[in-house]
Ligand binder design. Structure first.
Ligand code: SIN
Length: 490
């Protein structure tokens, strides 16, 4: 499979600003490569602060008219966009699997997942209600109305090139905001194709603007948005370090922020769990997207009484995973995104082995497939001295820790600055309630490994960030409340 598309025009190389496809102001480009082969897929605009500024100008100009559209009219555009995403799903999936590396079946799944946010927020657009506040004084009427927050800057990661940008842009547009967006350096092509479909759906010029940039230039472009007081909100998915930088750097103009950051999720298997179900849940949660997911379990705690049995079941399943490029129809795990990612995974595994981990599956690079492949790995006897206990590995490595009691495992699970997701397996109903309440996270999977849904609030606590995406709560993040107090009434 190459980048042969039914509609070649889906592959865009330019920025999308004010309804026009434009080269970067300074004329620079950079190469987007296929992580499976390192071949160049496209040369895209390498934007600077000047492009970021032009995008903000366009978004600010488009705001009044878009904000004043009836919610139903905004919903109609979102529904047309959704229909076009579904119609062009195969092209989107191909572009995504080529630039990101995930197997084609998974890329198709991500197109459906991302599209579900567009359909969801099309419906939510028509449900933005305010309140009439019960009177406290005669002659006065008080009410609260909700208004779009303004121009939103969306900065998205490479691991879900379509779903992450869709679940930021769709609620922003539904709320009546306009958007400037920068997809990740490694994976701009899917996002640009999505912007082309939004244009085809009839989104007015300037309502959505998108620029691409390589690493350093991207930092400069985003810095322009951070300093610009017309940008009223930043929505970001990525690392905690970058999230903290965005919070600090946007303080000058006090922007609203939604930050979906690092996870280091615990996955707990209690002694009374259905072990087959727990293995199924772990396979789904851990090996989705090759382990490159913020909600991936990173620390797997297994009760001592079932540890060896669980480890053996898991190792058998992981050893059977088929690794290969998106062109291989059998592939379940693709290449990692880049050299930095593969080096981090190798470092974590080597450090774990040096600290006493037993390798039950994998544990090595697969250089015979290409430079960015790592074998799906199971490590037993993990402990707190290992780097992977406190840092997210972001790769196909399942590290198993032993525990003895519920109190101990809750303490261990919460012993991290992060709090995005946690999972646990048990058949004890009272324990379900107890453990779910005590875990310090934003998302809990209970006897379930696949937690994401457009209808559910996605987001974390502690250093995993704040704000929620998806669900009715996801829309609130793009609205501000205005209080109206009318006096002089009878
Ligand atoms: C993420 O990795 O940030 C998002 C994963 C998801 O939507 O499930």
């Amino acid at each position: 499979m190459s980048l042969e598309l039914t509609r070649g025009e889906m592959l865009r190389h330019e920025n999308f600003i004010g309804g026009k496809w434009l080269d970067a102001v300074e004329g620079n480009r950079y190469a987007v490569t296929n992580p499976a082969t390192q071949a160049t897929l496209a040369q895209v605009a390498n934007s600077s602060a000047a492009d970021a500024r032009a995008a903000t100008d366009a978004a600010a100009r488009a705001l009044p008219a878009w904000r004043d559209r009836l919610p139903r009219e905004r919903a109609q555009v979102l529904n047309r966009w959704h229909a076009l995403i579904i119609e062009n799903a195969e092209d989107l999936a191909r572009i995504m699997s080529m630039e990101q590396g995930k197997p084609l079946a998974e890329a198709r799944g991500e197109v459906a997942y991302g599209a579900s946010y567009v359909a969801w927020f099309a419906e939510e657009a028509t449900k933005i209600h305010g309140d009439i506040i019960p009177q406290t004084q005669r002659g006065k009427r008080m009410s609260a109305i909700k208004e779009p927050i303004g121009v939103v800057a969306a900065i998205t990661p490479w691991n879900f090139p379509l779903a992450m940008i869709a679940r930021k842009i769709a609620p922003a547009l539904a709320a009546g905001c306009t958007v400037v967006a920068k997809p990740a350096e490694d994976t701009p092509l899917t996002a640009l194709a999505l912007a082309a479909l939004a244009q085809e759906a009839g989104l007015p010029d300037g309502v959505l603007n998108m620029i691409s940039a390589a690493r350093d230039e991207g930092i400069a472009a985003v810095a322009d948005w951070l300093a610009d007081d017309r940008v009223r909100k930043i929505t970001f998915t990525g690392s905690t370090a970058v999230g903290k930088h965005l919070a600090r750097a946007s303080a000058g103009t006090l922007k609203k922020l939604s930050l979906e950051l690092g996870g280091n999720a615990p996955f707990i298997v209690f002694e009374d769990a259905d072990l087959d179900a727990a293995v199924d849940g772990l396979m789904a949660a851990k090996f989705r997207n090759g382990g490159q997911t913020c909600v991936c379990p990173n620390r797997i705690y297994v009760h001592r009484a079932v540890f060896e049995r669980f480890a053996a079941l898991l190792a058998a399943r992981v050893s059977a995973l088929h690794v290969g490029p998106a062109t291989d129809a059998k592939a379940q795990i693709g290449p990692m995104i880049n050299e930095r990612a593969i080096e981090k995974i190798a470092k974590h595994v080597d450090d774990a082995v040096a600290h006493g981990a037993r390798v039950l599956a994998g544990g090595k690079r697969l250089n015979e497939l290409g430079p960015n492949y790592y074998a799906p790995t199971v490590l037993a006897d993990a402990n707190e001295q290992m780097v992977l206990c406190c840092e997210e590995t972001f790769g196909p490595v399942a590290a198993l820790f032993r525990f003895d009691s519920e109190g101990e495992v809750i303490r261990l699970a919460n012993d991290t600055p992060f709090g995005l997701a946690a999972y646990f397996y048990t058949n004890d109903v009272r324990r379900i309630d107890r453990v779910a309440r005590r875990l310090e996270v934003g998302i809990v999977g209970i006897n379930e490994g696949a937690v994401a849904s457009e209808a559910a609030p996605f987001g974390g606590v502690k250093e995993s960030g704040y704000g929620r995406e998806g669900s009715k709560y996801g829309l609130e993040d793009y609205l501000s409340i205005k209080y109206l107090c009318q006096g002089g009434l009878d």
